[in-house]
Design a protein around this ligand. Sequence first.
Ligand code: THU
Length: 131
Amino acid sequence: MTDRITLVKKAYEAMQYSYSPYSGFKVGAALLCKSGKVYTGCNIENAAFSPTNCAERTAFFKAVSEGEKEFTAIAIVGGKNGEITDFCYPCGVCRQVMAEFCGADFEIITANQESIKTYTLKELLPQSFKI
Ligand code: THU
């Protein structure tokens, strides 16, 4: 079982691959599947701005495109120029993607240099849209 600190470390490693020449804000994510596999992702920016993909969605899309459909937790770290000065939270679009694939108790882990905070998806996206 991948513990929370290991997942945060993997998110930090993934952040090193961030392609963010426009904002300079680097983000890394590590997504733990129920299968035990971990998929990582970084943010990938674009000169046209709107094609930019967040680190969390990169990790989700990598996993789903390889057959994963059940998830336990995601760790996220980020900061300007890769310096982790604060907790990095998933944007609204990424929360909606999480709601597509994850249950209310899916764990969202964010960390700064000193500590780790854990939330459930239900806490960060209550009353989410579903069809
Ligand atoms: N970003 C993420 O990767 N994840 C989030 O949840 C919030 C924002 C990225 C997108 C963009 O490349 C940069 O952070 C600044 O918005």
